[in-house]
Write a protein that binds this ligand. Structure first.
Ligand code: NAD
Ligand code: AHE
Ligand code: ZN
Length: 379
């Protein structure tokens, strides 16, 4: 198949707020610096649904969504040296070009390599064109540099994190987004210390990964916050020590956390909801003098955060994270190895399994059930 177009099945997002359409598409061969992969498993992330719901200012249609996957390299384009046919890779929406001239890749302070960010946001490959066409020969946009709701996709070489071939791709796909993000927010972005106090707003997969990361970092008080109290059991198993449902307390939840549950607030707080009001609550219950609040959730187009500047004047810090600050090609293989050694269990995140890319709409329905953390679709 190398060098030739591949015809395969994919789920196409034709329009905002409409179900995905199962279609036969053509995937062109990889150009220079690109890699064509067979997608073995794709997990749904809420960001896919956010874009499908028309809430993403960068959302484009028709497109192929999906960005949390495990793949096998089918063929490589000219000049590709870091991966070869048969390698197992996790697509990374935050690439890592590793060039000596890339001040972001060279800096230990960030993972935000901008090498292909502008074309990625425009739904095309770095040369400005798409590799996907529909049965009428019309172009389909890429998404987040991944587009893994397809049997085959094309990635930039710098977006391919090569992992241990013995690791099961239907689990390792989780390291492509949500789980890595939650862990990295704690370990990299905030560098939570032993004996810290932590509050986690939103106990979906991302929030639970924050709890898991905080427990591993030695946090001694971990407050789980969710409007769905059904989320508390698993949060407790993963290390949360205290719980609050904002619907069940009088007044703003930040006053309950900084006032009743604690005297001065919490050392580190994390928004894992994407709700800008929750982001405010998380900032305002961070500890006077030194509390750090990290935005992880992705807010709908047009929504903005606000607080009284006095909250910052009195020592709180507002920060955010993309992919948990992990440098993707360097760090995803490390997370996979930690998982394989038993140090970093992830099975509890997979609540739903489906077979066949055509089942992706059913997986989306499952994700909306309130009981789903991650739904994995094996292709
Ligand atoms: P999810 O929908 O599974 O979890 C969200 C949780 O928040 C749910 O348990 C829900 O009950 C709870 N919630 C909703 N409103 C709330 C409120 N007002 N107060 C408290 N809890 C509330 O989502 P997820 O997959 O865990 O993702 C969480 C967020 O992180 C999403 O916005 C997603 O787009 C974003 N995300 C960001 C990154 C990044 O790199 N920054 C990566 C992955 C996901
Ligand atoms: N496209 C949106 C923002 C979406 C967004 O913030 N994406 C996160 C990853 S969410 C993964 O589930 C991110 O890392 N963003 C950094 C980046 O470079 O995209 C918008 O507002 O335009
Ligand atoms: Zn995601």
């Amino acid at each position: 198949t190398a060098g030739k177009p591949i015809t395969c099945k994919a789920m196409v997002a034709r329009a905002a707020k409409s179900p995905l359409v199962e279609e036969t598409i053509t995937v062109a061969p990889p150009k220079a610096g690109e890699v064509r992969v067979k997608v073995m498993a794709n997990a749904l992330c809420h960001t896919d649904i956010y874009t499908l719901d028309g809430l993403d200012p960068e959302g484009l249609f028709p497109s192929i969504l999906g960005h949390e996957a495990g793949c096998i390299v089918e063929s490589v384009g000219e000049g590709v040296t870091s991966v070869a046919v048969g390698d197992h890779v996790i697509p990374a929406y935050t690439p890592q070009c590793c060039q000596p001239s890339c001040i972001f890749c060279q800096s230990p302070k960030t993972n935000l390599c901008p090498a292909i960010r502008s074309t990625q946001g425009q739904g095309v490959m770095p040369d400005g064109t798409t590799r996907f066409t529909d049965k009428d020969g019309k172009e389909i946009f890429h998404f987040m540099g991944c587009s893994t709701m397809s049997e085959y996709t094309v990635l930039a070489e710098i977006s391919c994190a090569k992992i241990n071939k013995d690791a099961p791709l239907e689990k390792m796909c989780l390291f492509g987004c949500g789980i890595s993000t939650g862990l990295g927010a704690v370990w990299n972005t905030c560098q939570v210390e032993v004996n810290s106090s932590v509050a986690v707003f939103g106990l979906g997969a991302v929030g639970l990964a924050v709890i898991q990361g905080a427990k591993a970092a030695g946090a001694s008080k971990i407050i789980g916050v969710d409007v769905n109290s059904g989320k508390f059991d698993l949060a407790k198993q993963l290390g949360a020590t205290d719980f609050v449902n904002p619907k069940e307390v009088e007044g703003p939840v930040q006053k309950y956390i900084a006032g009743t549950m604690t005297k001065w607030g919490v050392d580190y707080t994390f928004d894992c909801t994407g709700n800008t009001e929750v982001m405010r609550s998380a900032l305002e219950c961070a500890h006077r003098g030194w509390g750090v609040s990290c935005v992880i959730g992705v807010a709908a187009s047009g929504h903005e955060i606000s607080t009284r500047p006095f909250q910052l004047v009195t020592g709180r810090v507002w920060k955010g994270t993309a992919f948990g600050g992990f440098k993707s090609r360097r760090d995803i293989p490390m997370l996979v190895d930690k998982c394989m050694s038993g140090e970093l269990p992830v099975d509890h995140f997979i609540t739903h399994n489906f077979e066949g890319v055509g089942k992706t709409n059913e997986a989306i329905d499952a994700l909306h059930s309130g009981k789903c953390l991650r739904a994995v679709v094996k292709h």
